[in-house]
Ligand binder design. Sequence first.
Ligand code: NAD
Length: 284
Amino acid sequence: MKVTAQNLDGLAVARKVKLQVAERVRELAQPLGLAVVLLAADPASRTYAESKVRACREVGIRCEVHDWTHMTDAHEVYQNLCELSANQSLQAIMVEQPYPAFLDPVILYRCIPPEKDVEGISHENLGRLLLGRPIVVAATAAACMRLLDEYAVPMEGKRAVVVGRSNIVGKPLASLLMARNATVTICHRHTPNLAEETRRADILVVSVGQAHLIGPEHVKPGAVVIDVGINFVGGHMVGDVDTEGVRGVAGAITPVPGGVGPVTTALLLLNLVETAQRQLASAT
Ligand code: NAD
C-alpha cells in the first residue's frame, strides 16, 4: 500500500485559535480595530485583505481596508502610514504583501510602531525575537511553529531545513526553530544543490513563491513538510510544494490552501488582542 502523508490541517488549527481570540475579545470588552493597507494592485493581496476582514468579523474586531494602490510616491506612502499609525482608535496596522518596487520595506516597517505591529516584522519585534526575548512573533513564522506544536512534531535535536531567507518568514522561523533546539539550515536561490540539503531535513519548511519547486525527490521519507508558498496557477492557489507527489514520501504535510495561511491570519488576530491588552495595561 502506498504511504500517504498525514494532513496538517491549518483550518482546524485556525478555528481553535479564533475561538480563543473571540473569548479574549469578549473579556476585553472594548472596541478593537485593525487597519490593513493595500499598496500593490495585486488581486491576491486584495483577497488576503478580504479574508482578514472576514476573520475579524468572526471574532468581533473591526477591520478597515485602506486602498493606497493609486499612490506612486514613496514619501506620500510613508507619511500616510505614519499618520494612520497614530490613530488612537486602531490597535494594529499591517501592510499587505507584495509591496511595490518603489518602496523600501525597511522604511515601511519603521512607520509602524512596534506596539501596533501585529505581523511582528518591525525592527524592534524582529530584533527581540533574535535576542530570544520576543513580544510579538512574526505571524507566518509563528504559524509554522503552531502547526508543528499542534501536531506534536518533535523539534529538539532534529534537522530542520528552511528554504527561503526572507525577513518576514525564513529568518524569524530559523530563529524560532533554533530556540527549540533544532539544527537549522537555511537555503536560498544561491544554494547549489537544493535537493541534497532538503533531503536531510526531518522538518522541511518552504517559503519561496515558486509553484511546485519541491518535489518528492527533495524530501526525506517520513519528513514533516510545511508549505508557506502561495502561487496562482491557472486561477488556482498552489504552494511551493508538489503536494500530491510529496504525499507519497513525507510523513506529514500542510495543504495549500488550508495550511499555513489561515493559521497566520488567526495568529495575527491573537497578536492584536495581546497588543490591545498590553496597551490597556500600560495606560492604567
Ligand atoms: P520572498 O518572496 O521575500 O523571497 C523568496 C525567497 O526564496 C528568497 O529568500 C530567495 O532566495 C528564495 N528562493 C527563490 N528561488 C529559490 C530557489 N529556486 N531555490 C531556493 N530558494 C529560492 O519570501 P517570502 O516573503 O517568505 O514569501 C515566499 C512565499 O510565501 C510567497 O509565495 C508568499 O506569497 C508566501 N507567503 C505566505 C504566507 C502565508 O501566510 N501563507 C505569508 C507570507 C508569505
